[in-house]
Unconditional design. Structure first.
Length: 318
């Protein structure tokens, strides 16, 4: 159960504890059940304490900031995948092959996310990726990502010291102890069934209910994390018309206003203005000389899809 978040993990075990208590006549080992409950209670205490400390203040803010930078890098790379310059396209794919393994980091625990970001920064600063990083101008992004990760680790160290002072055991250790006690009970149930110590009519309801409990909970987790990964398509967004731009001999870059509409369960419509680089990126074609330039806006972060529009570049004689 290591893939569960802290909240998911404790919720699963609290529900299991309730189930085992109702079928204690099948398990027939009060000491085993009491030991499991003690571990569940311990983990619940630590989780509640962490909710008051970890998920507030500077640590949580820094975590959000580094996730935005990571999402921004991925969004930028996806826009380069569609760029007209083949070298940029190839470089973007090369870097995405590495970062693609870490896209689930934002839903991992703090330790896994921090270690994953460290590996991304280290690999992208290596000889095998440095030319691509330079060509894509990713260096400032990586510098900021490394800075935020280092800052986060310093806050995490402070939190760890406080954690030692308060609960007396780390979250990871508490989870291991809870899982260990859980396995002892499930092993006990298996032994009771295999040895025929209770009648089938007695243990079958427990097995059936536990399977339903586990399946239902895993389904909820799948739906929950699936929703977290659902992105809003910007292809039908409202885009501000781009005015005629003046020819200067240099590439013309314009960032129009992009707005999406969201309808709530109560029918209320909310208009959200997207942020460049955070919610979408921009790619250009034929944007230097007079004529019609093509602008492609690609969703990033929580958004996907793209909008293709054009704008005119005119000389002063027109």
């Amino acid at each position: 159960m290591g893939h569960y978040s802290n909240a998911d993990h404790i919720e699963f075990h609290k529900m299991s504890d309730n189930l085992f208590d109702r079928y204690k006549n099948v398990i027939n080992d009060p000491e085993l059940i009491a030991g499991y409950r003690a571990k569940v209670t311990q983990e619940d205490h630590i989780y509640k304490w962490l909710r008051r400390s970890e998920l507030t203040g500077k640590k949580a803010k820094t975590d959000r900031e580094r996730e935005k930078i990571l999402s921004g890098i991925v969004g930028l790379l996806h826009s380069f995948e569609k760029y007209f310059d083949p070298s940029l396209r190839d470089n973007a794919k090369h870097v995405l092959n590495l970062i693609g393994d870490y896209r689930s980091l934002t839903h991992a625990d703090y330790d896994a996310e921090t270690a994953g970001i460290d590996r991304i920064v280290e690999n992208l600063n290596s000889a095998g990726y440095l030319p691509a990083v330079q060509n894509l101008q990713l260096a400032p992004w990586l510098t900021e990502l490394a800075r935020l990760n280092t800052l986060f680790k310093s806050y995490a160290a402070d939190t760890e010291q406080e954690q030692v002072k308060k609960p007396g055991i780390t979250t990871r250790a508490a989870r291991r102890e809870t899982d260990g006690a859980f396995r002892k009970i499930t092993l006990r149930i298996t032994s009771v069934i295999d040895l025929g110590l209770v009648d089938e009519t007695v243990y079958k309801p427990l097995v059936k209910e536990f399977n339903v409990h586990a399946d239902h909970y895993n389904t909820l987790l799948h739906e929950h994390y699936g929703r977290l990964h659902v992105k809003t398509d910007i292809s039908q967004s409202e885009i501000e018309p781009v005015e005629v731009q003046q020819y200067t001999g240099k590439p013309v870059y314009v960032i129009p206003s992009v707005k999406v509409r969201r309808t709530g369960n109560d029918g209320t419509v909310t208009v959200i203005e997207l942020k460049f680089s955070e919610d979408f990126t921009a790619g250009y074609k034929n944007n230097t000389g007079p004529g019609t330039a093509t602008l492609t806006l690609t969703g990033a972060g929580k958004y996907t899809g793209e909008i293709v529009t054009t704008f005119n570049i005119a000389t002063g004689d027109e």
